[in-house]
Design a protein around this ligand. Sequence first.
Ligand SMILES: C[S@@+](CC[C@H](N)C(=O)[O-])C[C@H]1O[C@@H](n2cnc3c(N)ncnc32)[C@H](O)[C@@H]1O
Length: 259
Amino acid sequence: MMQQKFAVTAGRNSGLQWQARVWAQGFGVPYLRRGRSGSLEELCQKHNVSALLVATKLGPQVFTEEGRFFFHPSMADLRLKHVAAGESDHLIEALALKPGMKVLDCTLGLASDAIVASYAVGAAGKVVGVEASPLLAFVVARGLACYETGRQDVDAAMRRIKAVHARADDYLMNVSPDSFDAVYFDPMFRFGVKTSANMKPLRPLAYEKEVNAEIIELALKAAPRVVIKERSESFLRSLGCTEIQGGRYSRVKYGIIRR
Ligand SMILES: C[S@@+](CC[C@H](N)C(=O)[O-])C[C@H]1O[C@@H](n2cnc3c(N)ncnc32)[C@H](O)[C@@H]1O
């Protein structure tokens, strides 16, 4: 992720200009008034910013050249329907999640994995999700706090997640040893893989740095089990993963390192 130059604005007829001003002040970035006409793209060009945080009646959205990014737990919701029906989930298996466990998700993103993890560890457990992109962290933290899926157990799982805006290495350097049972990484953009439709708008906002030996070492101090989601098994082995899980027909693999 480049250092993103962004500003804040409001949906034209949203009546949320006050909200956008408050957010702009919080971030220390400009608030941009919408004229009577003109697209968000034009507003970006005029003010030389690559992203806009937009206050809308549906909550905060981020506009970039790749489209609009907003919080939607649909992927997690679908996965949890399968879990509730007794099916297995790769993430739950790779992290060996049980009620009461504490999980650190170092790459929160859209929080789909974090929601599934939070559901699996239940009210007695804990999920902390760390996200390096300030705009993503902002939108997702609000979504987790406010979005209503219509399913009480899924909403409760979302509300329990603690979303933190930080780089994972900085966060890991400051946690006490053994604060968690498992640490999870899903950076996923290493080879510029063709991203799925719901990930596309996330891409220009995302922080991109490979998982490396240093961060794994920090993660192994924080928890006895570290799981990395990746496509390349050889890369996972090079990081020290001794066990690789994943669907037979899926390109996605989960590499596991145990302390
Ligand atoms: C592929 S997405 C993760 C998707 C997530 N697992 C989900 O289920 O929605 C990767 C996210 O991790 C963030 N990220 C990558 N490396 C990071 C790091 N070292 N610290 C914090 N966030 C990081 C990116 O900004 C991006 O939002």
